[in-house]
Write a protein that binds this ligand. Structure first.
Ligand code: IPM
Ligand code: MG
Length: 312
């Protein structure tokens, strides 16, 4: 019974409508119950003015719809333990949820730009800013997510250097008082990057800022074998959510019919679960993905000996 509408975003939107996030798309997105989004970006757009680039369309739709919480699960399927670059015993059973703040921080800080200094030299600048309310609402999502899982939350920051992180830590602590059952820890982002490859299973839920989450979620996904496996959900105050694979558009393999579709398929499962309350259907999709892996079908990014290589 799903009613599907289609709209352009990113490069195709620029090509067809002159803008990466056209008004037609905006209007459709706002009246939808949920949005399934394909990855954006491509080298042919890198020379465009910044506001016209595909990435801007993505940032605009996230911000426009108030989708401040990005949930990125990194789960290792048993069958893929050998696809990970880490030793199987380090990753077996891995199940991490990264809660990434998505509409603030250095991605959106103003003023931003490239200016000319008095001495004629150019200087680029992007302030990393977080207000208390922005930190509080993402911290809450972090704690609530932990409550539904193993009740361990690690907040990742750079409080030894950045004031914005100092405030982040203070507010996360404060929100934590409302969740006495959750075991809260803090970690500097450099250490977190290291711990993720050293002993990733120590993590249950990670809550972090926009850019740290961008970086750590790519790292976490690779531990599970391939970034082609990692789905994501972007949520706000209402049930409306945007669901997208965590990976980019992979222009290097465009048109070859070898892309791993699993991240997008699992994003659709998340969409059914979080925005449309179709849990049974979401379970069915996830079970189907597990079944395909169990039957040894692999796209090239997760291919290993003895498996059947298949196309997208
Ligand atoms: C992601 C992507 C985007 C981001 C890019 C394409 C703007 O890397 O969703 O992780 O940085 O948020
Ligand atoms: Mg990214």
């Amino acid at each position: 019974n799903l009613q599907l509408d289609y709209a352009n975003i990113g490069g195709i939107a620029y090509d067809k409508e002159g803008q990466p996030y056209p008004e037609t798309t905006q209007a459709l997105a706002k009246q939808a119950d949920a949005i399934l989004l394909g990855a954006v970006g491509g080298p042919q757009y890198d020379k465009l003015d910044r506001p016209l680039r595909p990435e801007r369309g993505l940032l605009a739709i996230r911000s426009d719809l108030g989708l401040f919480a990005n949930l990125r699960p990194a789960i290792l399927y048993e069958e893929l333990a050998s696809a990970s670059t880490l030793k199987p015993d380090v990753v077996a059973g891995l199940d991490i949820m990264i809660v990434r703040e998505l509409t603030g921080g250095i991605y959106f800080g103003q003023p931003r730009g490239i200016r000319v200094l008095d001495n004629g030299e150019r200087q680029g600048y992007n302030p990393a800013v977080y207000s208390e309310s922005e930190i509080e609402r993402i911290a809450r999502v972090g704690f609530e997510t932990a409550m539904k899982r193993n009740k361990r939350l690690c907040s990742v920051d750079k409080a030894n250097v950045l004031e914005v992180s100092e405030l982040w830590r203070e507010i996360v602590e404060k929100v934590g008082k409302d969740f006495p059952e959750v075991e809260l820890s803090h970690m500097y982002v450099d250490n977190a990057a290291m711990q993720l490859v050293r002993a990733p299973k120590q993590f249950d839920v990670i809550v972090t800022s926009n850019m740290f989450g961008d970086i750590l979620s790519d790292e976490a996904s690779m531990i599970t074998g391939s970034i082609g496996m990692l789905s994501s959900a972007s949520l706000g105050k209402t049930k409306l959510g945007l669901y997208e694979p965590s990976h980019g558009s992979a222009p290097d393999i465009a048109g070859k019919n070898i892309a791993n579709p699993i991240a997008t398929i699992l994003s659709a499962a998340m969409m059914l679960r979080y925005s449309l309350d179709l849990d049974k259907e979401a379970d069915a999709i996830e079970a189907a993905v597990a079944q395909v892996l169990k039957e040894n079908y692999r796209t090239v990014d997760i291919m290993s000996e003895g498996m059947t290589q298949c196309t997208t």
